[in-house]
Design a protein around this ligand. Structure first.
Ligand code: EPU
Length: 420
């Protein structure tokens, strides 16, 4: 199993490019199932989760070609199976994203029910209720979701009971081929939903309001092929900014979208960073200073993203002052706390809030990654710590950060992957 060895206490300094967004690429790849036309997608990141989605699509019969530069061509004109098996779903919950497209185009989908994961129980009943409102017959038996509809799904007015990102995506995709109008109330507003909507619109879908909490979709009979470029990864961007801040460094990130990171940039400025932005770049400079502690609570977009919570916690461990971080999206997203404590962090958990007293410095230690963003926070802590940190179970980070050692090395970090 791969491990990362990091010699910390080196300020990051330099310039790198941001990759395509994992959480936009996954639903967009699933949406290729909606059309018999040829689809070209650019800027797909090279990540484990993307490989899993490509395997899943390949198994259904989608013909895929991909090149080293992240361009994928997909042709779903000869789909032979509408089954997402447990072996794939258990390694990636986002496999649920094929449910809406398969059911809507073929009238049938058998998708293994995703279980809980390291960060929470993560049920999917909103996806199922929405599809039922559109006329689907759904049975959950022996751990499988069996969804069927006679003819096309019917448009419906659906009020989701909570803000769910993949739930909104599944229903928006399903509605593109439904008969009549669908209105999604209380929709998630994440930028990745806008990217998916733009992709579907390029295929001919009629969608209004993506990016707001009410999305209206007029169903049509068939979608065509198209060409699309995946948006930059805002969480990768935020993670590298936090990495520069925790090491008192200076960084410039290219090929990104500053407007999508307002809540994160605000907190990093509060931590003492000087931030400049252009149309597609962000620079951050700590001027060699120790960060100030910042308190925050996670919430759906445009508020502070849960996917950046662990990284900000790492920053607070060595910041000047005391902070509180409240996680409101997932019930168990504090798995990094125990590992940070092994490195000398002073954090106390009270329910969904972490109280962190900043210490002068962390020290290297053997630690273990537990989920994707927790792993990112441990890498950040290790970059700032005095001495060597060895992070085990690093496969978690390969699910969401493209070429992380190469990018960090380019910024001057002393980081090595050890393959055991
Ligand atoms: N929820 C329900 N019922 C549902 C759907 C969601 O109770 O039917 C709850 C969840 O358990 C959670 C909350 O609603 O407490 C929000 O979950 P959401 O459905 O929005 O999460 P998701 O769609 O499964 C996506 C991202 C996550 C990101 C969350 C929140 C993808 C592929 N995944 O997950 O990304 O944390 O939205 O922004 O887009 C990551 O990249 O590390 C990651 C976990």
């Amino acid at each position: 199993m791969d491990k990362l060895r990091i010699h910390g206490n080196v300020p990051l300094n330099g310039e790198i490019s941001i990759s395509g967004a994992k959480n936009a690429a996954l639903p967009i790849l699933a949406a290729t199932l909606l059309s018999p036309g040829t689809i070209h997608i650019r800027n797909i990141p090279h990540l484990q989760d993307i490989s899993t989605m490509l395997s899943l699509l390949g198994q259904t019969g989608v013909k895929l070609t991909l090149d080293e530069r992240g361009n994928v061509q997909a042709d779903a004109s000869a789909v032979v199976s509408w089954h997402a098996p447990y072996e794939l779903v258990r390694t990636m919950r986002a496999s649920i994203l094929v449910l809406g497209p398969l059911l809507s185009r073929f009238g049938a989908a058998d998708v293994s029910l995703p279980g809980g994961c390291a960060i929470g129980s993560r049920p999917v009943e909103q996806h199922l209720k929405g599809l039922q409102a559109m006329g689907a017959k759904i049975q959950v038996e022996n751990g499988d979701i069996r969804a069927r509809c006679r003819g096309r799904l019917r448009g419906a007015s659906i009020a989701m009971e909570m803000v769910t990102v993949t739930g909104t995506e599944n229903l928006m995709m399903a509605a593109t081929l439904a008969e009549g109008q669908t209105i999604l109330h209380n929709a998630a507003r994440e930028p990745e939903i806008v990217d998916l909507a733009n992709f579907l619109i390029a295929m001919g879908a009629k969608i209004h309001g993506a990016g707001s909490s009410t999305i209206t979709i007029e169903g049509i009979k068939e979608l065509a092929g198209c060409s699309h470029q995946i948006m930059p990864d805002r969480i990768e961007t935020g993670t590298y900014l936090a990495a520069a801040a925790i090491t008192r460094g200076r960084i410039r990130l290219n090929n990104t979208q500053p407007a999508l990171l307002e809540a994160v940039l605000l907190k990093l400025s509060e931590a003492g960073a000087s931030i400049e932005t252009g149309s597609d770049w962000i620079s951050l400079d700590m001027h060699g200073k120790r960060p100030q502690a910042v308190s925050l609570a996670t919430a759906p977009y445009p508020a502070f993203p849960t996917d950046m919570q662990a990284q900000m916690m790492a920053l607070n461990t060595i910041a000047e002052g005391t902070s509180t971080i409240t996680e409101t999206i997932f019930e168990n997203r504090f798995m990094h706390v125990q590992e940070l404590q092994r490195m000398g962090a002073d954090i106390t958990l009270k329910g969904s809030t972490a109280l962190c007293k900043g210490v002068e410095s962390l020290h290297g230690a053997p630690i273990m990654a537990t989920d994707l963003r927790a792993s990112a926070s441990l890498v950040l802590a290790a970059l700032a710590a005095v001495g060597e940190t060895c992070i085990d179970r690093i496969y978690h980070i390969d699910r969401g950060y493209e070429c992380i050692e190469e990018k960090l090395s380019q910024l001057g970090a002393r980081i090595q992957r050890a393959t055991m």
